[in-house]
Structures are given as C-alpha cells and as structure tokens.
Design a protein around this ligand. Structure first.
Ligand code: PLP
Length: 408
C-alpha cells in the first residue's frame, strides 16, 4: 500500500490546461489566445534580437563560469533591475535605501516578498494581516500569499463589468474601509487580466488614501514596457509612490519584456526607510532565499544585466519592447475595426482603450465556451484574450468567432 494513498488529485492550472487542450486540437484554424506570452505575426515565439546578441556575448566570454551566485543574486542585475523600476535618478537609490533580491521570475519575487512580509511586516509572524488583491487579478496572486501563510486574502473592487472599465469609486471605497496596515497588491501597469490601469490622477488619490490609512503597497510589475511601449511611462505609478515616501516592495518580472519566460528572471525591489533598515531586511531575505532555492540561476540574469548596463544594448532592447507593444496596438485596432464592420452587438471601444498584453473582452462564460468548443479559439473562462495570439492571418476568423458567439 502506498504511503501516498491519501494524496488527492489537484485541479489542473487553468492556463496550462488550456494550452494543452489547444495542442491536442487537430483543427487547422485553431487559435490560442490563452497563455500570456508574446507571439510574432507568424504566431511564433520571439527571441528578442538583443537577447540573441547578448547570448553570443555570454557564450564567448571565457571569464564566465558556473560557480554559485551570491544568495541574493547577481549584484549588477539587481541594481540595474531596480533602476529600471525606480528611474536612474531616483533619490531613494541615491540615499542607499533601495535593495533587491534576484528571484525566480516575477512569481519568485512575489513569493519572496510574501514570505518576508508574513514573517516581519507590522509584527512578527503576522498571519492575520489582510492581503488585498484586485477583483479580478492574475490567478496566482491569491495562492502565492496564502501559501506564504497569510490567512486573510481579500479582494478589492477593480473591474466594473457593466461599463467595462475601472470601478474607481469601489476601489477607493475598499481602501477607505479596509483595516489599517492591510497589504495591497497593485499591478504597476497593464493590469492582468483587464488591461485597465488607473489614470495618473487616480493613482494620486490611491496613494493619498493608502498613505493616510497606513496601508502597505506591494507592486507587481510584470509588463513594464508593454502598456505604452515606454519603460519610463509604465513605471510612473511605482515612481510616484516612491516619491511619496512609501516603504514598499516591487516584484519585477523580465519574462515578458525580455521574452525570457523559461529562464525565470525576476527581481524583488525593496524601498526601505533608510540604509540601516535595508541592511537588516536584506539579511533576512538572505535567510529566506537560503532555505528556498539557496541561490538563483545566472543565465537569464546575466543577459538582462549586460543589456541594461550597456547604453547601446539598452537602447536596442527598448526598440525590441516597442516592437512588441506596437504589434499589440495594431491587433487591438484591427480587432475593434473588424467587430464594428461585422456589426457585432455591443460596444468594442474597450479593446483599444485597454492596454498591455491582454484584453478583457466582456464575453460571458457561455460565449467563451462557444468560442472554444465550436470555433477552436482558446481563451480563459474570464473572457480574457492575449492580444499577441492574434495575427493578420487569424484575426478575421477570431472576429467572426466573437460575432457568432455574441449573436447566436
Ligand atoms: N504577475 C502578473 C500580473 C503576471 O501576469 C505574471 C505572469 O503571467 C507574473 C506576475 C509572473 O511572471 P513570471 O512568469 O516572471 O513568474
């Protein structure tokens, strides 16, 4: 008899299950609008040209080896990654109160941050602190914080399904009514899954309320560059909060903007009150990393660090990011135009109003089921589509499928 006989079957992870179903589907016109990865207009993964170039540099550099990295990661990666988020001229960096932990992707950065907060935020081992994530959010947020030991995961209002936009009044209301010192996970830009971000004026009100109510901000920045095509513009909210003197965490993923999905390149930026505080925080981060993955892998972090630390490569990378962002914009405009030309009932302005990789179409679960089962167009049950899954070759088919799903 097995010692594992009591192990229950866990549910599959929705987005990976969707890709598996897509791969098993033999229908020639099938389309995958599920997983959040960039695709070219040929529907292929894209190795960024700058990444290809830097990979060659890494391979030919005889000084590099496979020794362990420091527990907190590659120093030049950590500092340049934090600079991308906070800006080159960030006063917080100049005041030596910004530090970082190289992590396994954005997920690892969220995990490290969550483990640290559970141990040390506002009292030791405080599992009762409410952690607020947006409704809806990236499906892993809840579980990462619950897994780190937080017992009270709640959601704050974010999406107004009726008007297909931000429920700003609801959001502010939750910031006002939640317990003081609650932790809020905020998407830095290109909100997943809704593609809807607060305006600058709204961010200012969010920051004011959070400051007055002593709420803690944990930014999740997984799409810097994808929202506007500009790294600086997409970091506006993070930089504004730093300028308002918040102590905060920011989880950064380089999976999407470097196309380094399977290299697991992430960074947790810590903005502390002062240098002494930072030193103690990093010492505890070291303890957590040591017992989790001991020290991080180097390849992806080297690629990012070399790119960010060379003015020429950096500017090439910015162009590559813009290429991806521009293709998304083009697909948004075309999809909207095609739905309007078909006379598909409803308004489709939200497709071009939303930003980043995803669009929250507003399709209901029945319509999504029709898309998947009858049209072989794979999308998340929430109605979220990955705009990068659209190409000039499949966009007519997808638009017709949406039209049918809505009108049938
Ligand atoms: N945060 C959000 C909002 C995401 O959408 C994702 C990836 O889809 C991540 C974090 C995690 O990124 P990574 O693949 O680098 O772990």
């Amino acid at each position: 008899m097995s010692v594992f006989r009591e192990v229950p079957q866990a549910a599959p992870v929705a987005v990976f299950k969707l890709s598996q179903d897509f791969n098993n589907d033999q229908f020639p016109k099938k389309v995958n609008l599920g997983v959040g990865a960039y695709r070219t207009d040929e529907g292929q993964p894209w190795v960024l040209p700058v990444v290809k170039k830097v990979e060659k540099i890494v391979v030919h550099d005889d000084r590099l080896n496979h020794e362990y990295l420091p527990i907190l990661g590659l120093p030049e990666f950590r500092s340049s990654a934090s600079k991308i988020a906070l800006g080159d001229d960030s006063p917080a960096i100049q005041e030596n109160r910004v530090g970082a932990v190289q992590c396994l992707g954005g997920t690892g950065a969220l995990k490290m941050g969550a483990e640290f907060l559970r141990r040390f935020y506002n009292g030791n081992n405080n599992t009762k602190t409410p952690v607020y994530v947006s409704a809806p959010t990236w499906e892993n947020h809840n579980a990462v914080f619950a897994n780190a030991g937080f017992e009270d995961i709640r959601s704050y209002k974010y999406w107004d399904a009726e008007k297909r936009g931000l429920d700003f009044a609801g959001f502010l209301g939750d910031l006002e009514s939640c317990p003081e010192h609650s932790i809020f996970v905020l998407h830095a830009c290109a909100h997943n899954p809704t593609g809807t971000d607060p305006t600058h004026e709204q961010w200012k009100q969010i920051a004011d309320t959070m400051m007055r109510r002593n709420l803690f901000v944990f930014f999740d920045s997984a799409y810097q560059g994808f929202a506007s095509g500009s790294l600086d513009k997409d970091a506006w909210a993070v930089r504004y909060f730093v300028s308002m003197d918040f102590e905060m965490l920011c989880a950064q993923s380089f999976s999407k903007n470097f196309g380094l999905y399977n290299e697991r390149v992430g960074n947790l930026t810590i903005v502390a009150r002062d240098a002494d505080n930072l030193k103690r925080i990093l010492s505890q981060m070291e303890m957590i990393v040591r017992t989790t993955w001991s020290n991080p892998p180097s390849q992806g972090a080297r690629i990012v660090a070399i790119t960010l630390n060379s003015p020429e490569l950096f500017s090439e990378w910015k162009d590559n990011v813009k290429t991806m962002a521009d293709r998304v914009l083009l697909m948004r405009a075309q999809l909207k135009a095609k739905l309007q030309a078909l006379g598909t009932p409803g308004t489709w302005d939200h497709i071009t109003e939303q930003i980043g990789m995803f669009s929250f179409t507003g399709l209901n679960p029945k319509q999504v089921e029709y898309m998947v089962k009858e049209r072989h167009v794979y999308l998340m049950a929430s109605g979220r589509i990955n705009m990068c899954g659209l190409t000039t070759k499949n966009i007519d088919y997808v638009a017709e499928s949406i039209h049918e799903a809505v009108t049938k």
